[in-house]
Write a protein that binds this ligand. Structure first.
Ligand SMILES: *Cc1c(COP(=O)(O)O)cnc(C)c1O
Length: 235
């Protein structure tokens, strides 16, 4: 066993415990292994231990790794978890299976158009700037309803909006994230109530330090890097 496979076993156990504490089904929670700044050898290690969903936040970096993976690419579902520039939308549609952090109608339109051209329907999440932080991307909570209204008025048949993604304000204390996770869940629930035509089944929230808390608060997707692959080199 490598340290990665050991970490993976531990994280799976922690996910299972958090799910059972909160009366949730394990099958409703997806672990995204965030492999940014980690080599393909690390991805292969996790893949060999049954991990199937991986996340990257730079298109170029992901492109190199996906090429290096060759045939094994087909075993992986790739999530794009970074801020996506519109001029990378085409490449992102080509490379990824899920785009987690969309925060503009223009980007949705670009993704939809490229997906239609590629005869795909791309699942996406709307990124919400839950803590209203200057430094973070995402739709402000107060702008979310008008955003969805505008979105629903557009022809966007190449994308399938499946929920919300958040990054809570940074804190050394994981418990501090809980209220942001709860806030995201309430936002999702109120959007679902208001816009019955949407199926907002996903809440992507929780990282290495706080994924158990995120699960207790309703996360369906947790994005874990450091706890699985170890500390990253600075970029
Ligand atoms: C890097 C990253 C993660 C993983 O962070 P860790 O703290 O290493 O688990 C999760 N989500 C996003 C958007 C990231 O960029």
């Amino acid at each position: 066993m490598s340290s990665i496979t050991e970490n993976l076993d531990r994280i799976r156990e922690e996910i299972a415990q958090a799910a059972s504490r909160s009366g949730r089904k394990l099958g409703d929670i997806t672990l995204v292994a965030v492999s940014k700044r980690k080599p393909v050898s690390a991805i292969l290690d996790a893949l060999s231990h049954g991990q199937r969903v991986f996340g990257e936040n730079y298109v170029q970096e992901a492109a190199g790794k996906i090429e290096e993976l060759g045939d094994r690419r087909s075993e992986i579902s790739w999530h794009y978890i970074g801020h996506l520039q519109r001029n990378k939308a085409k490449k992102a549609v080509e490379l990824f299976d899920f785009i987690e952090a969309v925060d503009s109608i223009r980007l949705l339109k670009a993704l939809s158009r490229h997906a239609q051209q590629a005869q795909k329907v791309m699942p996406v999440l709307l990124q919400v700037n839950i803590g209203v932080e200057e430094s973070k991307a995402g739709i402000l909570p107060s702008d979310l309803e008008p955003f969805v209204e505008k979105m629903l008025a557009e022809e966007l048949s190449g994308v399938d909006v499946q929920g919300l993604m958040i990054l809570p304000p940074w804190s050394p204390e994981p418990e501090d994230s809980r209220r942001w996770f709860g806030k995201a869940r309430k936002l999702r629930d109120s959007l679902s109530e208001r816009f019955g035509e949407l199926d907002l089944r996903h809440l992507s929230m929780g990282m290495s330090g706080d994924f158990q808390i995120a699960i207790e608060e309703g996360a369906t997707i947790v994005r874990v890097g450091t706890a699985l692959f170890g500390a990253r080199e600075p970029r």
